[in-house]
Design a binder for this molecule. Structure first.
Ligand SMILES: C[S@@+](CC[C@H](N)C(=O)[O-])C[C@H]1O[C@@H](n2cnc3c(N)ncnc32)[C@H](O)[C@@H]1O
Length: 258
């Protein structure tokens, strides 16, 4: 599954506003005064770097399967003292290896774990070193409110949720269940875990993002065959014209107990 620079640019302002600021404060307090090594999994062009590095500092390694996104990250930030390296990898193949090589103090990611399967999330939890923090932001939680409410919304949204659970390269995706699943895996002897809501709250001024979301969800629902062509067209038109949209996300933070 690939993600364009345009799409990542379009969503970044909404992502940035949505991140749970209390979890970021907790993470930066934990890291304060230390030259932390940060490993960003599925970094794209560096959205998490831009959100966190100003407060966190550190030495960042950005990783992705998409070389164009990594090149864009280097183009934007390659000269910054906090920007250490990019690594082209496949997180399905290379997860444990990159963690062993970088020996991060913090592993982070955004809009990633909802793409992953329970098997991969088990691997991530198993590979997290005892003293390393994990911050995974902006996992889709499955709750959407489009206003005014489009016709056929219940049937269409159920079909969309089914699509969220299809394979995105990591095996059957956990989709909206990912953050809670990973939180339960991590909470225990070695780490304390917090979840925070990070919804996108969009109004008519973000027409381009609303239109792109409406188009993306229409493509997914069309594949399901849950609506007739006429119903699909009606639903899609109402979504594209919505003047207020709330898309639920969850942020997860796990900090070492010692
Ligand atoms: C939704 S995008 C989020 C990008 C970035 N974290 C952000 O918030 O803008 C998911 C990212 O995961 C990357 N990705 C997907 N599958 C991957 C894999 N198997 N290995 C490494 N990166 C992967 C994609 O290329 C993409 O950059």
């Amino acid at each position: 599954m690939s993600f364009s620079i345009d799409w990542l640019n379009l969503r970044e302002p909404a992502d940035s506003r949505a991140r749970d600021s209390a979890l970021i404060a907790r993470l930066t307090d934990w890291a304060a005064g230390r030259p932390v090594r940060v490993l960003d999994l599925g970094s794209g062009t560096g959205s998490s770097y831009r959100a966190l590095a100003p407060a966190l500092g550190g030495h960042w390694t950005l990783t992705d399967i998409d070389t164009a996104l990594l090149a864009e990250a280097r183009h934007r930030h390659g000269d910054a003292p906090t920007f250490a390296a990019t690594r082209h990898l496949d997180l399905v193949r290379d997860l444990e290896a990159v963690i062993s090589e970088v020996r991060p103090d913090i592993i982070c990611g955004s809009a990633l774990i909802d793409l992953a399967s329970s098997t991969w999330l088990d691997r991530l939890a198993g590979a997290l070193p005892r003293g390393t923090a994990l911050y995974m932001a902006l996992s889709y939680d499955g709750v959407e409110v489009w206003t005014p409410n489009p016709p056929h919304e219940g049937v269409a949204h159920a079909a969309f949720l089914d699509h969220q659970r299809t394979d995105k390269g990591f095996g059957p995706a956990m989709g909206p269940d990912a953050a809670r699943y990973l939180a339960e895996k991590l909470a225990g002897e070695t780490h304390r875990v917090w979840l925070g809501d990070s919804p996108w709250i969009l109004d008519g001024t973000e027409r381009d993002l609303i239109s792109a979301l409406a188009a993306g969800s229409t493509e997914a629902v069309a594949q399901s065959g849950a609506l007739t062509d006429a119903q699909l067209g009606d639903w899609a038109a109402h979504r594209a014209a919505a003047d207020h949209v709330r898309i639920g996300h969850t942020d997860l933070l796990a900090l070492p107990r010692d």
